[in-house]
Write a protein that binds this ligand. Structure first.
Ligand SMILES: *Cc1c(COP(=O)(O)O)cnc(C)c1O
Length: 367
């Protein structure tokens, strides 16, 4: 089922019951479900604070603002979803694109180091597909140059390092997405986790108009905030989804292992190189196609057979908007090669082993 998409949400009766409870609770926003969801995120990730918002793009926006990145340069991998860079522009910062490691799709620490100038304020590693970036090296670079690290962990809730540290817990702040294609969903939603009480306070203010409540009717707007709140219905869904995250990660790991075995002996289709980590969210199962394969033809043929795939991602600087915004940007060799070679094939909890076999067969059938 659902082999027509590279990733999918999975909703069960428990999720539905949780949402119905929220609807009947008499409170539709900023109530008990939000509090419970944030507490559950803290428990799951080991963070002191979690701030849930309406999506991860907004989460990145207020994380960058809370960190005071406006006016500076923010180093971001060229291979990520546009929002990672867009959020820098929202707050008057400039995204500077680092190259990636071709085999893993992860930001290359050597490329980061080469891009640092006096204007650099932050590094935003992206845990592509659920693989953890080399956070030890990245944190060392950041410490040497006094930079903030904000992890874009939109793909990576459910990923833990070999030492058992959750994605989003290596830098100053970590951002998760709960869009329906991501490891768990709230419909739309996102969250920031941090151990820094001052950051958490700023994030909560930025989430809700910058208004602090005082005694009785007193309210005071102390900073320019937004309405990036997430509703109770969404939080109730997130709460029940989070309970099943480890189970769905396990199922995706089985599908991934199935694919790994199929691709182990060939040279035409290479799975992504996965870092040594205790668990991997397997938000995506990317493969790198040999140059001899006509990706456009393959994509079309898979689609004919009802198999949905996607390329993650077009290097951000290649988008028309960024060509205009950053006309001096040079193409980055590994990002370019990755864009040519990468295809994300269906990998989600609703797939059966037979579904995975049909994907493998379709990939190897002659073009
Ligand atoms: C999905 C995604 C986002 C944005 O998440 P939304 O919740 O859809 O706003 C940001 N960064 C990356 C890497 C993503 O994949």
């Amino acid at each position: 089922m659902y082999v027509d998409r590279y990733s999918s949400h999975a909703i069960d009766e428990e999720d539905i019951a949780s949402v119905v409870d929220a609807l009947k609770s008499g409170v539709l926003t900023q109530g008990a479900a939000l509090e419970a969801f944030e507490s559950a995120l803290c428990r799951y990730t080991g963070a002191k604070y979690a701030v849930a918002v309406c999506n991860a793009t907004c989460a990145l926006h207020i994380a960058y603002l809370a960190a005071g990145l406006g006016g500076g340069d923010v180093i971001i991998p060229a291979i990520t979803f546009a929002a990672t860079a867009n959020a820098a522009l929202f707050c008057g910062a400039k995204p500077v694109f680092a190259d990636i490691i071709f085999e893993s799709g992860l930001i290359d620490p050597r490329s980061i180091e080469a891009l640092i100038t006096r204007k650099t304020t932050a590094i935003v590693p992206v845990h592509y597909a659920g693989s953890l970036c080399d956070m030890q090296t990245i944190n060392d670079i950041a410490a040497r140059h006094n930079l903030i690290v904000i992890e874009d962990a939109a793909h990576a809730i459910g990923s833990f390092s070999a030492e058992g540290r959750s994605a989003g817990r290596f830098g100053g702040m970590g951002v998760f997405s709960f869009h329906p294609v991501k490891p768990i969903t709230t419909g739309e939603g996102g969250a920031i986790v941090t151990d820094d009480p001052e950051m958490a306070r700023k994030l909560r203010l930025l989430r809700s108009h910058g208004i602090e409540r005082g005694e009785l009717w007193e309210q005071d707007m102390t900073m320019l905030g937004f309405n990036y709140r997430i509703g109770e219905i969404n939080c109730a869904l997130g709460l029940s989804q989070l309970k099943k995250l480890d189970r769905s990660v396990k199922r995706r790991a089985e599908i991934a292992a199935h694919y790994d075995r199929a691709f182990a002996n060939g040279s035409l289709i290479t799975p992504l190189k996965i870092p040594d980590q205790r668990s991997h969210s397997r938000h995506l199962y990317p493969v790198l196609l040999d140059e001899s394969i006509d990706k456009a033809k393959l994509f079309a043929r898979l689609r004919e057979r009802g198999i949905g795939t996607q390329t993650h991602y077009k290097p951000i600087y290649r988008h028309s908007f960024y060509r205009l915004a950053l006309p001096d940007q040079k193409p980055l060799p590994n990002a370019e090669a990755f864009y040519e070679a990468e295809l994300s094939i269906p990998c989600h909890a609703a797939l059966s082993d037979d579904d995975a076999d049909s994907v493998i067969q379709a990939l190897y059938a002659p073009l």
